[in-house]
Design a protein around this ligand. Structure first.
Ligand SMILES: [Zn+2]
Length: 406
């Protein structure tokens, strides 16, 4: 357009309409340059504003800046505005995404119809501290680790995500699950036990909320206070039923109760955890066995007096002791001592994996010297490195240190 305008404006001998065309173009060009200078001035002002804002923001970040979470991508670790579903049948309540459709919500624990109270509950407010780099190999702040939750700059907002791979790491797939340097994300995170936000576990069974227990075992009894006792060394076995299969015997699925409206293909859960309150007269010894991926994995542990049991299949090793299956995937027995259990709870750890629509062809990914791979804890719905690829170090603005207490 500028070339055309130049030719026209040099043609003074041309017909009147051409001159008019020239004038009109010159005016247009003048208008453009006028607007350009305004735009340029605006850019300078905006840029200055950004610099001033950024400097102020960075100063603030050093002592911690508060951000309210928006959206579902880090649920259930961090929640945007949400609603609460309540189940009268088993007395549970849990957060769910805000839905316009008002679809009925089924209790993930017992399958009864849950009620959803009107009105939104406030979003989580997190405190973010600046993360600063000197160069690729060294940062002023403590080094970022796998499992850290960070604030990264997006096109129009900050995004809060979890780092699952660091510069130089290899991100690959085991079926659809993400691996880092050949290890599961959970194995990689286990080296960082003091994470500000441990990987969430999702409860799916609470024996103290059921009249009819799903735990059964020869010689085992549950009294009116729902305390389990046994005289023999027999197994107390959990029998699962799925609300997604009309409460029929089933394996445990990777359900996300927060995503009330989401319809998707479920996968068998791969990481289970058992919690219980234990009372033991003196010293006792327990064995817990899980059925994961067609394998039996066991853990033995010592107990003494009153204690809280918290056993994960991540800590279990291959065994051949109990008769388990995908539908009866957890068992516990007393090896020594007089031991009682109550408040038996089962949970599954979330699994960082690809979704059916994700492109597998891009894997494995070797991260560059300043690249990170980030995901959201709400694995089925999060928009993260599975969508937009790895992120540059400079995009990480801060580390999420805590949730602000109200
Ligand atoms: Zn229920």
């Amino acid at each position: 357009m500028l070339d055309q305008a130049g030719k026209l404006s040099n043609d003074d001998s041309g017909p009147r309409d051409k001159h008019e065309a020239t004038r009109s173009l010159q005016i247009e060009i003048g208008g453009l340059s006028y607007r350009s200078s305004i735009v340029a001035a605006s850019i300078v002002v905006v840029f200055a504003g950004l610099v001033i804002g950024w400097a102020g923001w960075k100063r603030g970040m050093e002592s911690g800046v508060r951000f309210a979470i928006n959206g579902p991508s880090m649920a259930p670790t961090l929640l945007g505005e949400h609603q609460i579903a309540k189940c009268v049948a088993c007395g549970l309540d849990w957060p769910i995404e805000i839905s316009d459709e008002g679809k009925p919500v089924t209790c993930f624990h017992c399958g009864a119809r849950a009620t959803v109270a009107n009105g939104a509950h406030a979003a989580s407010v997190v405190v973010v501290h600046a993360h600063e780099y000197v160069d690729a190999a060294r940062s002023i702040s403590a080094p970022l680790r796998i499992g850290d939750v960070v604030a990264i700059s997006g096109e129009d907002m900050m995004r809060i995500k979890r780092i699952i791979a660091l510069p130089g790491d290899l991100v690959e797939l085991n079926a659809a699950s993400l691996l880092v340097n050949g290890k599961t994300i959970h194995e990689s995170m286990r080296e960082n036990e003091d994470l500000n936000f441990p990987v969430p576990v999702l409860l799916f069974e609470m024996d103290n909320r059921r009249e009819v227990s799903r735990w059964r075992g020869e010689g085992w009894q549950r009294n009116e206070q729902r305390v389990w006792t046994s005289k023999a060394q027999s197994w107390l076995v959990y029998h699962h039923r799925s609300i997604h299969q009309r409460n029929q015997p089933s394996c445990i699925w990777d359900d996300y109760p927060y995503n009330a409206d989401l319809s998707r293909k479920l996968q068998p859960a791969k990481r289970l955890a058992l919690k219980a309150k234990v009372v033991c007269k003196g010293h006792g010894r327990l064995e817990v066995v899980f059925w994961i991926d067609d394998r039996m994995l066991g853990v033995t542990c010592d107990v003494n007096g009153q204690c809280d049991l918290n056993i994960s299949s991540n800590d279990a090793v291959a065994v051949e002791v109990a008769s388990l299956s995908a539908e009866a995937p957890v068992a516990i027995r007393v090896l020594e001592g007089s031991v009682q259990f109550s408040c038996l709870q089962l949970a599954r750890q979330i699994e960082y994996r690809l979704r059916p629509h994700d492109d597998r062809a891009g894997y494995p990914i070797r991260l560059g010297s300043r690249e990170y791979f980030v995901v959201g804890d709400n694995v089925p719905v999060s928009f993260d490195s599975r969508d937009f690829g790895v992120i540059e170090e400079r995009a990480i603005k801060g580390r999420v240190e805590s949730i602000e207490s109200h």
